[in-house]
Design a protein around this ligand. Sequence first.
Ligand SMILES: NC(=O)c1ccc[n+]([C@@H]2O[C@H](COP(=O)([O-])OP(=O)(O)OC[C@H]3O[C@@H](n4cnc5c(N)ncnc54)[C@H](OP(=O)(O)O)[C@@H]3O)[C@@H](O)[C@H]2O)c1
Length: 393
Amino acid sequence: MPAMAGNRYTPIATLTPPARVPPNRRVFLHFVPFITFCYIFANLAKNACRVLHLALPLTQNFSFMKVAIVGATGMVGEVMLKVLAEREFPISELLPVASERSVGKRITYRGREYQVIGLEAAVAAKPDLAIFSAGGDTSLEWAPKFAAIGTTVVDNSSAWRMDPDKKLVVPEINAHVLTKKDKIIANPNCSTIQLVMVLAPLHQKYTMRRVVVSTYQSVSGTGVKAVRQLENEMAGVQGEMAYPYPINRNALPHCDVFLENGYTKEEMKLAREPQKILADHSFAITATAVRIPTSGGHSEAVNVQFEKDFDLEEVRSLLDNTPGVVLQDHPGSNTYPMPLHAHDKDEVFVGRIRRDESQPNTLNLWIVADNLRKGAATNAVQIAEYLNQQGLL
Ligand SMILES: NC(=O)c1ccc[n+]([C@@H]2O[C@H](COP(=O)([O-])OP(=O)(O)OC[C@H]3O[C@@H](n4cnc5c(N)ncnc54)[C@H](OP(=O)(O)O)[C@@H]3O)[C@@H](O)[C@H]2O)c1
């Protein structure tokens, strides 16, 4: 039928032919619905992950928080960041803090770079939690400033450990003493932590009377400067000294400063802190602390006299079943704890378990742990995890 003026129909022949699509674009157009579907699906998945991420704290009874790591550039601080990342500690914002010398330096945490800030800036940022590993003087001055603005401080220095108003905590032993009111919590000395981890179950079963401990402590226990001293000496390079004598091929019966009673501060920490952690002053401890040229962990030769007698197999089984303690006690196959094997591990290793044949009810043990992990960072993070899980922050 011919086309008419005003006709409502348009003859097919007069329709503009569809634009010719080049063959490669035609292939692409076939994929448009698939690409759109993928895009929508990816977005839905991303949003679902976000919701799950936010909901996780509700289901697991913990919340994400702003965390300051004071001493982030130090020996303990570095391991602290590593442990926090490994344990996926719920951090919404990380504040790496160090001395004015390090402000502006960059550190990496979980693949992201962060700039180191100073203590003033960290207080101004009002973190929920501050983990201090920056020496006693820094803790004495700054921990109260954080506590005053509501931040909970977990402190690795010796500043608050023996303060009767502050809790001294090894989570496996006495986390239950913590309350919401504790705003400055002390992490025990590294050599104390590994000692009490092993003594606590034995004390509960056989009741300790007296402990004699001799330590063989790693240079990493003194900090970055001491590790450099050992490295320099091993390489035959002159450098800054952390100790009054060479440490390579040496043993220094000198850990921390000497006190008026002839003991070092480290020895007195070992003699005093266990009673506070175990909430029992009925036993005595005496210590000799020695620095040796290892860098993987601290070792301790321990002699314990009990009130009750014990069975060696029962002692082994007790320690084997203690969370956080690993039994390595097969002298026949040369199996015993060593700093080389304890390095970078969270557990406390115990072996060379034998009866002291010179006196009744007395046991000899050899205890090894990584001083930077369970002796410092891991214990502090475990305290923070407990506080978070119990809603005490
Ligand atoms: N090493 C261990 O095995 C161990 C175990 C348990 C407890 N602790 C305790 O943990 C603390 C740190 O020990 P460490 O071995 O990690 O020492 P370190 O390697 O010498 O590190 C010290 C850290 O503290 C920072 N710092 C020093 N003065 C400061 C100040 N005025 N303000 C802010 N930050 C400051 C340093 O920052 P810069 O880099 O800017 O100087 C560095 O980040 C000490 O209190 C120690 O007793 C150590």
